[in-house]
Ligand binder design. Sequence first.
Ligand SMILES: [Zn+2]
Length: 214
Amino acid sequence: MSHAVEARRFVAVGIEAVNNRIADIQSRIIAMQTQQAAAATKTTAASSTPSASGSTFATALADAMGSQSTAGTAKSYSLNSKGIPTELAAYGNGKIPSNALAQVGNTGHKLWAPAAESLNKMVADAKAQGVTIGITDSYRSYAEQVDVARRKGLYSQGGLAARPGTSEHGWGMATDLDLNNKAQAWMRANGEKYGFVENTPREPWHWAYKPASA
Ligand SMILES: [Zn+2]
């Protein structure tokens, strides 16, 4: 019986090793393809204008409907099975057009527009309570994800970067915050009210935006 257990464990470890190896190979291929992908994105940007404007209308409509709710929080959106707003999923991770993003405060950082709006409100409310929240990172294009993965290593291998094309930053749905102890505690107590959740072990600075599902 113990032999069977050992055999199963051996198989499981073997599969994990193979999966890790595949992830490693995929990320290497991805790194090599980056320049081609960047070039392709420029080409498709022009041809995807009709769907982009359609999504903009959908966003405007959602905003108009959402603005009828009180307090300005908790608008809801159509999400896919992975919790990604369908309008963003249509663009692809790391390929969100600038008209779907909005600047955060007066930083150069951008997020999916509803996430940016909520983050701006959160930072302002925190400031009014004497808490300073800094922003160190936000939306990452596909090419930027490849760069971060190269510099910081893949999370699955002990590093701090998602596999390119899968990062929450690539949806404009996550921000990395500069938080002192007081601000970290404030975020853990209040972040969720603004839709921001701490969802990544080893990364207390990483806050993902989780909109309500329509
Ligand atoms: Zn992050």
